[in-house]
Design a protein. Structure first.
Length: 259
């Protein structure tokens, strides 16, 4: 048997071992993950108003176990006191790769959104993007902020503090959590009384999953969504707590689950 014949014979023996992997793929591919270089992506729709502007942050091309351990979101062009949107801190091995919220922008023209994040493996990611808009908010006047208040989420009604939460199963392991609360988010200005939500705490299956410290630049009726990994096949129980500057804690009557 010459060299070429031997090589073809070896390939023939190996082929049955390689075909099943090529057909069914890896569990990373099933959940939408790849082996390319990770990168931080920031997106915002163009048409949304400046006082309730959605911001979506995604760590792309990362392995399931290498999610984020913390994240800081700032509006750099807001007045210094009102630049902070949120700071997220996440438990180990949660695989968080997507976070979304809504912000409010001061002035008019364009604002710079900046994100600094750290992965479970210690990698630091930074990103920024510019958002254009026509009319922003005036953080120095709570009366003008009150005029901006409106119900942005269909079906959410009730007094201040009314909360809704939902948990979505996506794929075999990925979960999408989101929560929204009806609240004016009035800054604590020197000459005006205000009321702000300062923290969102989320537990899942009885353990701490994520903590978000909230700033002035988060919009009224705050909304937060994020993805995480659950290695169990069923959907676990999630607890949501919003904390305000007056010591009150708001929780949803029920967490809606969609499988």
């Amino acid at each position: 048997m010459n060299f070429h014949t031997k090589w073809k014979f070896v390939l023939f023996l190996l082929l049955p071992l390689s075909v099943p992997f090529a057909v069914q793929g890896s569990w990373h591919e099933e959940e939408g993950f790849s082996s390319r270089t990770p990168s931080l992506k920031i997106e915002s729709p163009k048409k949304a108003p400046a006082y309730v502007k959605p911001i979506n942050i995604k760590l792309e091309n990362t392995e399931k176990h290498d999610g984020l351990i913390n994240l800081n979101l700032l509006i750099k062009t807001n007045p210094e006191k009102h630049q902070h949107v949120l700071k997220g801190t996440f438990s180990d091995s949660t695989g968080i790769t997507m976070i979304g919220t809504r912000v409010r922008l001061a002035g008019e023209g364009k604002s710079t959104v900046e994100v600094v994040a750290k992965s479970q493996l210690g990698e630091v990611f930074t990103g920024n993007t510019q958002i254009r808009y026509s009319e922003g908010v005036d953080f120095s006047d709570n009366n003008s902020l009150i005029k901006r208040l409106q119900m942005n989420v269909k079906g959410l009604k009730g007094p201040v503090g009314t909360t809704r939460a939902r948990l979505l199963k996506k794929g075999k392991y990925t979960r999408i959590a989101n929560t929204v609360i009806y609240h004016p988010m009035l800054p604590l200005n020197d000459d005006q009384k205000g009321s702000l939500l300062k923290k969102l705490v989320i537990h899942y299956r009885g353990r701490l999953l994520a903590t978000f410290d909230l700033g002035d630049a988060i919009s009224n009726d705050p909304y937060i969504t994020f993805s995480f990994i659950d290695w169990e096949s069923d959907v676990g129980e999630m607890q949501v707590q919003w904390h305000d500057t007056n010591g009150k804690v708001y929780v949803p009557d029920k967490v809606y689950v969609k499988k």
